[in-house]
Design a protein around this ligand. Structure first.
Ligand code: AMP
Ligand code: FE
Ligand code: FE
Ligand code: ZN
Length: 286
């Protein structure tokens, strides 16, 4: 059976509620799922409760934007205690910075002569974390751009006129916090990181030194050749392997849940090693 350990809800930049994601996963016969919203665990309660109701295996999770050697990376945390108060406090600067950054982006857009208000954003995103994908949707809704992709190209991407920097923790800080909250730290979509493919093994090796526990090898679009290369790196460092779709609902209309993508099926055989490592980690910290 397939699993999907990388899902976004409307608490970050997905469109569906955590409960709806669980229903979809259940009707698609996925055997295990994880909610991995950007920089927030607000949706985890709803997600785990619905999963229990529908009798589907589920893991708590989140995806933290981080940096290592000036490269932007995303680190997934799995099996952590989402009610950990230190984690909640640690996430706060990320969340507060997003809010002030959104206001700065809107001010820049207004400076470009566009009719767009911070209040308008609430019609697109009314819970959890609001970010550039929501602003892109607002620009589309107002007919200012032809697609959300265009919104990034013309206004929101790095170097574009309404670009604003966002605060991120270092990989080392993110991994340490995930561990403190009892979770495993996994490198998300390693194929999307900027180091050249040749330097990726070295880059991952450095993250392992910082405590990285695993890498996401099953990701939509990764060829078997890419997976084989990543598998070698995982074996060298004794890393767990995970996989997921990065489904965002209609916010990224090209994304689909695992089992709805032709040929994309992270196998549930990955779970044994993953749960083993989570359990070993928990026992070590008891
Ligand atoms: P933020 O966290 O607010 O900086 O937004 C980052 C999110 O924007 C990423 O997770 C992507 O989902 C999306 N994104 C970033 N760059 C682009 C792009 N060029 N086109 C479409 N979506 C993008
Ligand atoms: Fe996203
Ligand atoms: Fe990501
Ligand atoms: Zn993601």
């Amino acid at each position: 059976m397939c699993i999907d350990l990388h899902l976004h809800s409307h608490y970050s930049d997905g469109t569906l509620s955590p409960a709806r994601l669980v229903e979809m996963a259940s009707s698609s016969a996925l055997s295990c799922i994880a909610l991995t919203d950007h920089d927030t665990v607000e949706g985890i309660n709803e997600f785990l409760e619905e999963a229990q109701k529908l009798n589907i295996k589920a893991l708590s999770g989140l995806e933290i934007s981080s940096k290592h050697r000036n490269h932007s990376i995303h680190i997934l945390g799995y099996g952590l205690d989402h009610k950990n108060s230190e984690l909640e406090k640690w996430l706060m600067p990320l969340q507060e910075d997003r809010n002030s950054r959104n206001k700065k982006i809107i001010t820049k857009l207004q400076g470009l002569g566009l009719d767009i208000q911070t209040e308008d954003l609430k019609t697109i995103s009314n819970c959890g974390q609001t970010g550039r994908p929501h602003i892109a949707r607002l620009l589309l809704q107002k007919g200012i751009v032809a697609s959300t992709g265009d919104a990034f190209i013309h206004y929101l991407r790095k170097g574009a006129p309404a670009w604003v920097h966002r605060f991120t923790y270092s990989a080392s800080q993110s991994i340490a916090m995930i561990h403190k909250a009892g979770g495993l730290a996994i490198l998300a979509h390693p194929g999307q990181i900027t180091p050249s493919p040749d330097s990726l093994p070295l880059f991952i090796g450095e993250l392992v030194e910082l405590g990285l526990d695993g890498i996401e090898i099953y990701y939509p679009g990764y060829s078997s050749k890419v997976r084989k290369k990543l598998r070698k790196v995982a074996a060298r460092h004794n890393l767990v392997i995970t996989g997921g779709s990065d489904y965002h609902g209609d916010n990224k209309s090209y994304t689909r849940m695992a089992s709805q993508i032709n040929g994309f099926c992270p196998p549930d055989t990955l779970l044994e090693a993953l749960y083993e490592k989570i359990d070993a980690f928990r026992n070590r910290n008891l």
